[in-house]
Design a binder for this molecule. Structure first.
Ligand code: SAH
Length: 405
C-alpha cells in the first residue's frame, strides 16, 4: 500500500500553550505527529532543541509542517533554504491559540488543502494568500469545493463481487478510511491517495474524521466489508451526522452510500439458495446490545420459522454465546435442519460447507464465519462434485405449487 509521505505532517509546538491547539488539529488530521521543543512541551512526541533547527530538519526531510508560531518566525528560519523552482513541502503558520491558519509554502503540493483540513479542525477559515496551484484541486482558492463522502461496501472480499460504483468511488477518492483489514482489501491505491487505517472498534471516531475531511472540501471514502448498511459503517456515519452541530457537515458534504454484497448473500449463493424464502439477519455480538435481547429475537425468529443468518457468531471475547444460541435453536428446529457455514467467503481461504443442526458445534465457527440456519422447509441434497446443495423453496405448506415466475 502506498502511503503518501507528504501526509504525515508534523505539528510543531513552541510551548505548552500550543499543545491544546495541536491536539485539536490532530482530531482532524490523526496521522499528524505533535512535535515539541525539549523542555517546554511535555507530552509532545518528538523533541527538538530549537524551533529553527526543527523547522529546517522537517523542511529538508520534505515533511509537511504545521508550525504553531508567528509566520515571521517560520519565514526567518526557512528563508536561507529556499531555492527557486525547488519542490517544497507544505508549510503552514498557525496562531498558537488556533485563531489563524496561513499556508506559506508548498502550494503546489497541497498546502491549501492541508490548511483547509487544519482550518476545519480549528473552526477557522484559512487566510489564503495565493490561488491554489495544487493540480488535484480544481476550484480557485476561496470558493471552497464541496466535499464528498462515500460509504462503500466492498463485498465479501474479492474484487469480482464489488459493485462497479464502489470501485469508481475508490478511484475518485483522495482519502480512504476504514478498518485496516478492509482497507487492504480495497487496494491497491495510487500514491496520491491517503490511507487512514484504524482499529475496528473506533467507528464513531472514524465517522467524525471522515466528515471533518469532507467538510474541508476533500473527497473521502469510508469502507466496510460486505454491505456498509449491515452491521457496518453507514450507521455510524449517519449517526455522526444526525448528532453533529457542525453546520458544514450538513451543508458542505455530499453524502452517498454504495451497497455491497453482504456475507450471508455470498455464502448463500455458494451453497445454493438457502435464503430463497423469508429470512432474517441477526448479529450475535453483545458488545452493543444486551444478550437477553439477542436471545429474545432469536427465539422469535425461530418460532416464526425464518431462515436465520447469524453474523458475528463468536469471538475470543464472546466464547459461550453461540453455544447458548444453538441450544435455543435446537429446541425449535429438527436435528436434521441444514446449516450453511461460510468462512472467508470471496477471499483466498474461502470454505463453505453444510452440517446438520444437531452436529454443529461452536468449534466449527469463528468470527470470519457466517452461519445460516435453515427453516423447517430448507432442503439439502448431494452435489455431483461432493458436498450439498441447500435451498429453501418459495412455496409453503403441504403442496408444492407449480412455479411460474
Ligand atoms: N457489513 C458486513 C458484516 C460485518 S459484521 C457484511 O455485510 O457482510 C462482521 C461479520 O460478518 C463477521 O463476524 C462474519 O460473521 C461476517 N462476515 C463478513 N465477511 C465475511 C466473509 N467474507 N465470509 C464469511 N463471513 C463474513
Amino acid at each position: 500500500m502506498d502511503i503518501d509521505p507528504l501526509l504525515a505532517p508534523a505539528i510543531l509546538c513552541l510551548g505548552p500553550d500550543g499543545l491544546e491547539t495541536a491536539r485539536r488539529i490532530r482530531s482532524g488530521c490523526p496521522e499528524a505527529v505533535i512535535s515539541g521543543l525539549a523542555g517546554p512541551v511535555e507530552g509532545a512526541e518528538i523533541l527538538h532543541d530549537s524551533l529553527e533547527s526543527a523547522l529546517r530538519d522537517l523542511y529538508r526531510r520534505d515533511q509537511p509542517v504545521i508550525a504553531l508560531c508567528a509566520a515571521a518566525t517560520v519565514i526567518r528560519a526557512l528563508a536561507p533554504l529556499l531555492k527557486p523552482d525547488q519542490p517544497e513541502p507544505p508549510v503552514l503558520a498557525v496562531a498558537e491559540d488556533g485563531g489563524a491558519v496561513v499556508p506559506l509554502l508548498g502550494l503546489r503540493r497541497g498546502a491549501n488543502r492541508l490548511a483547509r483540513i487544519v482550518g476545519a479542525a480549528l473552526g477557522v477559515t484559512p487566510a489564503f494568500t495565493l490561488p491554489d496551484c495544487d493540480p488535484s484541486t480544481r476550484c480557485p482558492t476561496g470558493t471552497k469545493r464541496r466535499g464528498r463522502l462515500a460509504v462503500v461496501g466492498l463485498g465479501p472480499g474479492c474484487g469480482g463481487l464489488m459493485a462497479p460504483e464502489a470501485r469508481e468511488e475508490l478511484r475518485r477518492a483522495r482519502h480512504i478510511i476504514g478498518y485496516e483489514t478492509y482497507v487492504r482489501l480495497a487496494g491497491p491505491f495510487r500514491s496520491d491517495q491517503i490511507i487512514h487505517a484504524s482499529d475496528n472498534r473506533v467507528e464513531m471516531e472514524r465517522a467524525r474524521h471522515a466528515f471533518t475531511l469532507a467538510a474541508a472540501g476533500e473527497s473521502v471514502v469510508v469502507v466496510s466489508s460486505g454491505d456498509p448498511g449491515i452491521f457496518a459503517m453507514a450507521t455510524a456515519v449517519l449517526e455522526a451526522l444526525h448528532h453533529s452541530e457542525e453546520a458544514s457537515w450538513h451543508r458542505d458534504v455530499e453524502l452517498t452510500i454504495i451497497p455491497g454484497i453482504s456475507a450471508a448473500q455470498a455464502a448463500a449463493a455458494r451453497a445454493g439458495a438457502p435464503l430463497g424464502h423469508d429470512f432474517c439477519v441477526l448479529s450475535l455480538s453483545d458488545n452493543l446490545k444486551p444478550w437477553p435481547v439477542i436471545l429474545d429475537r432469536l427465539a422469535a425468529a425461530a418460532r416464526a420459522d425464518l431462515v436465520i443468518a447469524l453474523y458475528n457468531p463468536i469471538s475470543r471475547a464472546r466464547p459461550w454465546q453461540l453455544g447458548e444460541a444453538l441450544d435455543l435453536l435446537r429446541q425449535q428446529r429438527a436435528p436434521e435442519t441444514p446449516v450453511v457455514l461460510g468462512r472467508d467467503v470471496g477471499r483466498p481461504d474461502e470454505r463453505v460447507w453444510v452440517v446438520r443442526l444437531d452436529a454443529l458445534t461452536p468449534e466449527q465457527v469463528d468470527m470470519r464465519t457466517v452461519v445460516i440456519v435453515g427453516s423447517s422447509t430448507t432442503q439439502a441434497f448431494p452435489r455431483a462434485e461432493g458436498g450439498a446443495w441447500v435451498y429453501t423453496p418459495r412455496w409453503y405448506g403441504e403442496t408444492a405449487l407449480p412455479i411460474s415466475a
